[in-house]
Design a protein around this ligand. Structure first.
Ligand code: NDP
Ligand SMILES: N[C@@H](CC=O)C(=O)O
Length: 328
């Protein structure tokens, strides 16, 4: 049986999740895909710290070393920020590696460029994990778009914000306590300002916009407000009135063809579809011409939901390359 090698760039919450799932599902994936996958390199900033027992020999800080590994064909990327992530993935694609990323900061800005480069090099880019964690919105939208037009997307796209709002309302926790717990649970970004300021949801919305409409609105035209402007008193007042705060991101294509978007907190009542979406869950409602409105709900952050969709991307890519449809 053929063996291919993979690298994991970034070995924090998501990177470790990928490693654990690939180990746990090793035999099953081998059987289903007819290919053995070996994690041969793990790239971090500090290679002296062994995060998972038995991985010290895989650690490196050098992308040159990753790409010099014979048989390297798949690169999972779970680091932070646009650079060096984009530069690393560009090099991986030029080296004819398939790449699978969770990095929405990079992908919102450079995703179209990376996909074009991948096409030119005959490799695939998986980016399901960039948006809504474990919710399969990217693959669902790709399928829908084969037949339908999507006219509007509305959703909760940041798990940390939804978790904080839920705990403030349902448990009476302070904003700080809820954020701390979201960090402990691996939901929050390395810099949680991105979560609570609305920037993380904005980046995910831009990825969905590019997929649905082939374009993004001018970023400067999009109003982005976070949950950091909501006080405990406001959450309590809303609750007493039967209302809930939700952090909502929405983008639509107007009749004149212009794509417009906004991101910010909204008060919703119990008739609203986002009312029951609590904790770390995300929800994405896609308005389409034939299906009508399709809503997906599920965990929007965390080690296993995120890593799981990245391994699914891997299975899909290897299945396509081998010319068969993967059914897991
Ligand atoms: N956490 C989640 O639920 C989700 C996260 N994501 C995205 O996944 C990515 C990773 O998130 P997460 O695992 O939570 O982050 P962590 O902060 O837990 O881990 C980040 C990892 O990246 C490494 N790293 C950071 N900068 C560099 C660099 N310049 N070169 C090499 N390695 C680097 C760090 O190395 P070191 O250990 O040495 O510091 C660390 O291992 C982010 O882009 C995030 O937005 C997407 C969906 C959900
Ligand atoms: N910090 C993000 C992680 C997933 O993208 C979130 O809370 O949604």
């Amino acid at each position: 049986m053929a063996t291919i090698k993979a690298a994991i760039l970034g070995f924090g919450t998501v990177g470790q999740g990928i490693y654990h799932i690939l180990n746990e599902k090793r035999e099953e994936l081998k059987h289903k895909l007819g290919i053995e996958l070996e994690v041969a390199k793990i790239l971090v900033t500090d290679a002296s710290r062994e995060r998972v027992p038995g991985t010290a020999h895989l650690m490196t800080t050098s992308m040159d070393e990753v790409l010099a590994e014979p048989g390297m064909q798949v690169v999972f990327e779970a680091i932070v920020n646009e650079e060096p992530a984009f530069g690393y993935l560009k090099r991986a694609v030029e080296h004819k590696c398939h790449v699978i990323t969770a990095n929405k900061v990079m992908f919102a800005k450079r995703g179209l460029e990376l996909q074009e480069l991948a096409k030119a090099n005959g490799v695939f880019v998986g980016f399901e994990a960039t948006t809504a964690g474990g919710v399969p919105v990217i693959k669902t939208m790709k399928n829908i778009l084969l037949v339908n037009d999507v006219s509007r997307i509305q959703g909760i796209l940041n798990g940390t914000s939804n978790y904080i709002l839920t705990k403030m309302r349902a448990q009476g926790w302070s904003f700080e306590k809820a954020l701390k717990e979201a960090q402990n649970l691996g939901y929050a970004e390395a810099d949680p300002y991105n979560d609570v300021s609305g920037q993380d949801a904005f980046k995910k919305l831009m990825i969905l916009s590019a997929l649905a409409f082939g374009e993004q609105p001018d970023w400067a035209d999009v109003e982005v407000i976070g949950i950091d402007c909501i006080s405990a008193e406001q959450v309590k007042d809303a609750c007493e009135k039967g209302l809930r705060y939700r952090h909502v991101a929405e983008v639509e294509k107007l009749a004149n063809g212009k794509v417009v978007a906004k991101v910010g907190p909204q008060l919703v009542d119990k008739e609203h579809p986002l009312y029951p979406v609590d904790d770390v869950n995300n929800a994405v409602a896609l308005e389409t011409n034939y299906i009508g409105t399709l809503t997906l709900v599920g965990p929007g952050a965390g080690m296993y939901p995120t890593a799981s969709v990245m391994v699914e991307d891997y299975a899909e890519i290897i299945g396509k390359r081998a010319g068969f449809v993967v059914s897991i």
